[in-house]
Design a protein around this ligand. Structure first.
Ligand code: CAA
Ligand code: NAD
Length: 296
């Protein structure tokens, strides 16, 4: 009986918690798809930044869709931005059919948030995490609505990357899983499914690739530029592995590799001194103006 469960038609309001790089993108694609969105972050200035970045990215999308019509571009941007309500108060986001968490990659902080959401949200609300590497089951360990919980893993930049990984938690119900798959499709993504395994599909495979590229650069086998050109022109990747690590953030990269090493024991994921050094120096990639490359 689908009427008692959250069907696609029931997902009209989505709350995104965390308005950084990923959360602002997730809010944007949901608003573009005609949903009402609450975007929650800790401080007003972070929400202002999120709104600015959403406006810019909506303009890019609108210019592509409505090349020759400034009026349609303006209407598209206005309609989508009006659907996004921002707040620093989590309680403003609890009346939602789906909550997607995109906050800092720390297990205890995520657990605390999900425990709160579990208490505050109506019974039918589906809860999902956008974690890159942490176990979905561990994140949801303290919640009661285990059948309405899973992973929705988007890729950066969210408005452009066409994939969504839907992660099945141990106790997810078939209805919740189907609702997540349908929702992903409705916001324009192709969905793939993965069990709750370290790195899921994409990061499990990108991890060894980015780690080996970093080690190759560390050994001085080739310059950073030549490693990147090699994979762009020789293997058809849109970005080279070192550029991509700077784009994702070296801190995120390091975190994902550390979790993969801890969970799998595979030596390919072992800590890389050069990566540890750059992160310790605050050289995190594009977001800080320097990582493997300089951006200033
Ligand atoms: N919002 C909206 N549109 C955007 C955008 C954004 N943030 N960024 C780029 N675009 C659009 C541009 O408008 C442009 O559109 P048109 O081609 O229609 O003009 C298109 O995307 C290409 O952009 P650019 O010309 O500026 O630059 P590019 O051709 O170098 O593409 C890129 C940029 C899409 C990021 C491309 O380099 C790419 O695909 N890189 C690889 C990204 C990737 O692998 N991401 C996954 C990382 S792993 C991850 O996210 C998981 C994790 O858990 C860490
Ligand atoms: P980010 O640092 O850009 O954004 C995180 C935001 O969450 C910040 O604005 C922060 O203020 C906010 N926040 C932190 N704790 C909060 C709380 N308790 N309540 C409300 N807001 C809170 O990080 P990001 O790159 O957007 O990553 C977010 C999540 O998405 C992480 O779990 C990350 O692993 C995952 N992810 C990242 C990428 C990537 O390429 N960067 C790709 C896929 C998934």
């Amino acid at each position: 009986n689908f009427s008692n469960t959250t069907s696609l038609n029931a997902i009209k309001t989505v709350t995104v918690v965390g308005g950084g790089l990923m959360g602002s993108g997730i809010a944007q694609v949901a608003a573009q798809a005609g949903l009402n969105v609450n975007l929650i972050d800790l401080k007003p200035e972070l929400l202002e930044n999120a709104q600015k970045s959403i406006q810019n990215n909506l303009q890019r999308v609108a210019r592509k869709l409505h090349k020759d019509s400034p009026a349609q571009i303006e209407a598209f941007v206005k309609d989508a931005s009006q659907r996004i309500k921002v707040s620093t108060n989590l309680e403003d986001g609890v009346q939602a059919d789906l909550v997607v968490e995109a906050i800092v990659e720390k297990l205890d902080v995520k657990q605390e948030l999900f425990n709160k959401l579990d208490q505050l949200c109506p019974e039918h609300t589906i809860l999902a995490s956008n974690t890159s590497s942490i176990s979905i089951n561990e994140i949801g360990a303290g919640i009661k609505r285990k059948s309405k919980f899973g992973g929705l893993h988007f890729f950066n930049p969210v408005p452009v990357m066409r994939l969504l990984e839907v992660i099945k938690s141990e106790q997810i119900s078939e209805e919740t899983y189907q609702a997540m798959m349908e929702w992903g499709k409705s916001v324009g993504k192709t969905c793939i499914t993965c069990k709750d395994t370290p790195g899921f599909v994409v990061n499990r495979l990108l991890g060894p690739y980015s780690a080996e590229a970093m080690r190759m650069y560390e050994r001085g086998d080739a310059t950073k530029e030549d490693i990147d050109i090699g994979m762009k022109l020789g293997a058809g990747y849109p970005m080279g592995p070192l550029e991509l690590s700077d784009y994702t953030g070296l801190d995120t990269n390091k975190f994902v590799l550390n979790v993969l090493y801890e969970k799998t024991g595979n030596p390919v994921f072992k800590p890389i001194p050069l990566l540890d050094k750059l992160v310790a120096e605050g050289k995190l990639g594009i977001k800080t103006g320097e990582g493997i490359y300089k951006y200033k």
